[in-house]
Design a protein around this ligand. Structure first.
Ligand SMILES: Nc1ncnc2c1ncn2[C@@H]1O[C@H](COP(=O)(O)OP(=O)(O)OP(=O)(O)O)[C@@H](O)[C@H]1O
Length: 331
């Protein structure tokens, strides 16, 4: 798989690919068996993105000389949702529920098995690599791990400037440097550090580099895949504030992916809760927190830390049954 971006360390993909399936859990099966409550709002409003019945199966093959498909991991099982222009839409669920796979399909980093992805009114799911040019400019991604998603041998200037080069948007070296330094300033980095290498920056600063690279092409939709999970708690709020400010100032639509409902609540207008490759609930932030409709959502809410002596017991209860394995999902 190629993203055509030399500044993107292949480990960024490997970090997502290397996920280990979690242990199957009978309690999780009981949760999944409960009928899904859907306060769905499909088809309303001015949508920048419309995802319908998106499916991703990863084949499981056997054989040394001739690979035979024996089964498939159904990572995403018919997911549908809309992202409205200018809104922050949250996709939340535990590790392994299919959030990153959904994001990677929407960006067309991987091909969907079936389903449609309408961006700005046009279905991009059937487009071939060579036909994705303008779409690649309009949809950009911020990755989870700022340590492995930046090429350690490239300077910050070349990392942030790479999308400008690829899309031929910088007319000369001076113009390119001016634009990159403008972006560095916008995300709170010192423009003087243009020639520094990623290892000279802290985790939070590296994530700012990743964000500057993602907004370099002035995208319409930014997909942030767990952008603060790898950062110290003290730094997380700074990066979330930066994303909120950019979203507001640049008029971005934001698809925000997280496993932590407390983070999503702070960021999002509407939230979709994913479980075992499906969306089990979709509601506005206020609705979801005031009246969670699905038992799984209630368990995720139970896991949110609260300054309460009983919180630990609730967290342990939630953790006891909160793992899913997409290769052997609940019935
Ligand atoms: N390339 C792949 N080949 C086979 N299975 C895969 C592949 N990529 C992901 N999976 C499986 O698909 C399921 C969903 O993975 P995905 O990375 O989308 O989950 P996630 O919700 O984003 O988790 P996390 O929050 O840990 O990133 C997992 O069971 C994972 O092991």
């Amino acid at each position: 798989m190629s993203t055509q971006d030399p500044s993107l360390n292949p480990q960024a993909e490997a970090a997502i690919d290397g996920l280990q399936p979690t242990v199957e859990d009978p309690q999780a099966a009981a949760v999944a068996a409960t009928p899904a409550v859907r306060r769905d709002t499909l088809g309303e409003g001015d949508n920048i993105l419309e995802v319908r019945e998106l499916v991703k199966e990863f084949p499981i093959t056997k054989g040394l000389l001739v690979r035979r498909r024996v089964d498939a991991v159904r990572a995403v099982r018919g997911v549908s949702f809309d992202v409205r222009r200018g809104e922050t839409f949250g996709l939340v669920g535990e590790s392994g529920c299919g959030k990153s796979t959904t994001a990677r399909m929407i960006c067309r980093l991987i091909d969907p098995t079936s389903g449609s992805i309408a961006f700005d009114g046009r279905d991009v799911a059937p487009l071939r690599r060579g036909e994705l040019g303008p779409f690649r400019r309009d949809v950009q991604m911020v990755f989870q791990d700022p340590y492995s998603s930046l090429n350690p041998r490239h300077t910050v200037g070349s990392i942030i400037g790479a999308p400008l080069d690829i899309h031929g948007l910088a007319t000369g070296q001076g113009e390119r440097k001016r634009r990159v330094q403008e972006l560095m300033d916008l995300v709170g980095l010192n423009p003087e550090h243009y020639n520094r290498l990623p290892h000279e920056f802290s985790g939070g600063q590296r994530q700012r580099i990743g964000i500057a690279r993602a907004i370099a092409l002035e995208p319409k939709l930014l997909i942030a895949d767990e952008p603060v999970s790898a950062l110290d708690v003290s730094i997380q709020a700074q990066i979330l504030n930066l994303l909120r400010r950019l979203q507001r100032d640049l008029g971005l639509s934001l698809l925000f992916i997280a496993h932590d409902l407390s983070v999503v609540r702070y960021m999002c207008d509407r939230i979709a809760v994913m479980f075992a490759g499906e969306i089990v609930e979709l509601a506005t932030s206020e609705e979801l927190y005031a009246q969670p409709g699905h038992p799984y959502t209630r368990r995720l809410l139970d896991a949110v830390p609260v300054p309460d002596p009983d919180a630990r017991a609730r967290r342990l209860r939630a953790r006891a049954g909160a793992s899913t394995d997409a290769s052997a999902p609940p019935a």
